[in-house]
Ligand binder design. Structure first.
Ligand SMILES: [Zn+2]
Ligand SMILES: [Zn+2]
Length: 317
């Protein structure tokens, strides 16, 4: 099959990849569209020591499944696949199973190929009214919604650092959920995506001097974001960390002690919630798409996704 393969530090387009063989409990999915996210770029810089087919944001059609009712359905999939045997999995925390595989990130081939296999239990049907271009955003929107599951956002003053794709989705999601949101970024054109919302979108330097926020979210994608966020969090406020980088980070934790700041790591959220937010129709995702490339031009797509200021790049099959 056609797809992208990352191995020995190199990303290549291949037309001879083996079609995945679904294991017990798994479905085989034909990928329709997939989104390139910052994590994929980090993977090609060595993050997670991954090798295989990257890609975890996708929408596809089920071709084979242990649940015959699923065959032919358009689906998205939760990317963490627990072992289902350990105490953590039995407690319902598959996303934190030590032996988990993660689609296109850890121990499991991902969505930048014609087919992928994943547990049937991870799949969610996509409503008919939701276009493929929108459905690929369910994964990052669910990750944005994870914050709502972790801290009280309704009525809180929230500062989101970073106007990348995730930052824009987080700002919109928390706004919909009743927070007073400021988003601080570096690109006028990206801030403009939030025009017409109640989000206060500002450039660095336009932030109110000395103001601190109940909740600060680091979605900068750069190592320095966490320390910057810490300084902007009010005493007893919460600093949410969304950035992952291949590079290790240093941060002075004295401020966390002195100001009694809760530092909260935040990763994947429930697709049920992500889908529900998408279905409100209030989230602007289509204008975050820069361009779409056929899988044969996957390397060019990665190049485009890596350009400074790039927005969402989609692959189609
Ligand atoms: Zn992602
Ligand atoms: Zn487990």
């Amino acid at each position: 099959m056609r797809g992208l393969l990352y191995s020995n530090g190199k990303l290549q387009y291949r037309s001879d990849l083996p079609k995945p063989v679904p294991q017990s409990g798994e479905s085989l999915i034909r990928v329709l569209k997939a989104g390139i996210c910052r994590t994929d770029l980090e993977i090609t810089r060595g993050y997670m020591d991954f090798s295989g087919v990257p890609g975890h944001e996708f929408v596809g059609v089920v071709e084979q499944s242990p649940n015959p009712a699923m065959v032919g359905s358009r689906v998205v999939g939760e990317i963490n696949c627990g072992c289902n045997a350990c105490a953590i999995c039995k407690g319902g925390l598959q996303t934190h199973c030590a032996d988990r595989t993660v689609l296109g990130i850890k121990g499991r081939d991902g969505a930048f190929a014609e087919y992928l296999a994943m547990p049937e239990a991870n799949l969610h049907g996509v409503p008919d009214g939701m276009a493929d271009e929108e459905a690929v955003f369910v994964e990052p929107v669910s990750a944005a919604y994870r914050i709502v599951e972790q801290v009280v956002v309704r009525g809180a003053s929230v500062l989101v650092l970073g106007d990348g794709k995730l930052g824009l989705l987080i700002a919109q999601t928390l706004d919909i959920m009743g927070a007073g949101v400021t988003l601080c970024g570096r690109h006028r054109n990206k801030l403009a995506i939030l025009d017409g919302t109640t989000i206060n979108a500002v450039l660095e330097g336009e932030l109110k001097k000395g103001k601190q926020y109940d909740v600060v979210v680091d979605a900068t994608g750069v190592p320095a974001g966490a320390a910057k966020g810490m300084a902007l969090t009010r005493p007893r406020g919460s600093l949410i960390l969304k950035t992952t980088t291949a590079e290790k980070r240093e941060i002075d934790l004295n401020l966390a002690v002195i100001n009694e700041i809760s530092v909260v790591g935040s990763r994947c959220g429930s697709f049920v919630h992500g889908m529900a937010i998408m279905e409100t129709g209030k989230l602007k995702v289509r204008n975050m798409i820069d361009s779409e490339f056929p899988i044969e031009e996957g390397l060019r797509a990665f190049e485009a996704a890596g350009k400074p200021g790039a927005m969402k790049i989609l692959l189609s099959f």
